[in-house]
Design a protein around this ligand. Structure first.
Ligand code: ZN
Length: 282
């Protein structure tokens, strides 16, 4: 494992637009974060950016473009780096970039596009992570927040009535049935290939699943995101303004530690954080 070093970033303004307030702000934010920043100045061609990056031996290039020419300019820089055998330099971009252009730019090798609302500190953290990852330097917080969708929770009136649909019609496999007294539910896990379905039957009227069915009828109840370090994740999400239904993890079915986010802060979906890492490591 290599040593951590001071990260060097080239901030570049490709193309013809004449405004660099955003570029100067991000330069200062990266310096404040402890990085060395070289700023190219305005109106650079992709070739100039590539040669400055190589000369300055930077780890990453951050480009800002307000002129609308990002779909040409950003990929040209990526291509130029490849041409000079410098494709290990990480390229990120920002400025005024419509959402719908992001997949194209990422496909072209721009690692990340930051939209105007992204706090500078997030940009700094992203670059730091990307450089450490490239260099094989481990970070404790290196794990992605969401590792996968772990399961989808489905509220049912009765497991006995619902299970035949999953086993006989969909021909899926039943993994097991478990009662979770703390939640007043009986849970059946159905293996659906890469994720599981969690059928939830209320065992009494205190169950939140009972309340849910009363209100909405049976159906999709929650989506569970597989995470590690759930306590840390809860802290991070709260810092980002997410309201948690559970501020500390509690034990759920299958030996997982779980916590729910409040749907009012998650675009209307009830998301569960589901951490099985402590169980897996036993
Ligand atoms: Zn669940």
């Amino acid at each position: 494992m290599k040593m951590k070093k001071k990260i060097r970033v080239l901030i570049a303004k490709p193309g013809l637009d004449g405004h660099d307030r955003g570029a100067l702000i991000i330069s200062q934010a990266l310096r404040d974060y402890g990085m060395e920043v070289i700023y190219t100045g305005l109106r650079q061609t992709p070739e100039q950016i590539v040669s400055s990056a190589i000369q300055e031996d930077v780890d990453a290039i951050g480009m800002s473009c307000l002129s609308g020419a990002h779909n040409d300019l950003f990929p040209e820089v990526v291509k130029g780096l490849k041409k000079h055998g410098a494709e290990e330099i990480i390229v990120v971009g920002g400025g005024v970039i419509p959402w719908e252009d992001i997949p194209f730019l990422e496909e072209q090798g721009v690692q990340k596009i930051f939209t105007p609302g992204t706090p500078s500190i997030e940009t700094a953290k992203y670059i730091e992570k990307a450089v450490y990852k490239r260099d094989g330097i481990g970070l404790d917080e290196d794990l992605e927040l969401v590792k996968k969708i772990d399961h989808i929770g489905i509220a049912v009136n009765s497991l006995d009535e619902s299970i035949p649909f999953y086993l006989e019609v969909l021909q899926l496999k039943l993994e097991g049935i478990e009662e979770v007294p703390s939640e007043s539910v009986k849970v059946a896990f159905i293996n659906a290939g890469n994720i599981r379905l969690e059928l939830l039957e209320p065992t009494n009227e205190k169950s939140s699943i009972h309340t849910f069915i009363e209100k909405h009828g049976a159906g999709i109840h929650h989506v569970a995101l597989g995470v590690a370090n759930i306590e840390q994740r809860i802290k991070e999400l709260k810092k980002k303004g997410i309201t948690m239904i559970h501020n500390t993890p509690k034990s759920g079915a299958g030996g997982a530690e779980i916590a729910f986010m409040h749907p009012k802060s998650t675009q209307g979906v009830l998301y569960e954080l589901c951490d099985k890492s402590s169980k897996e490591s036993q």
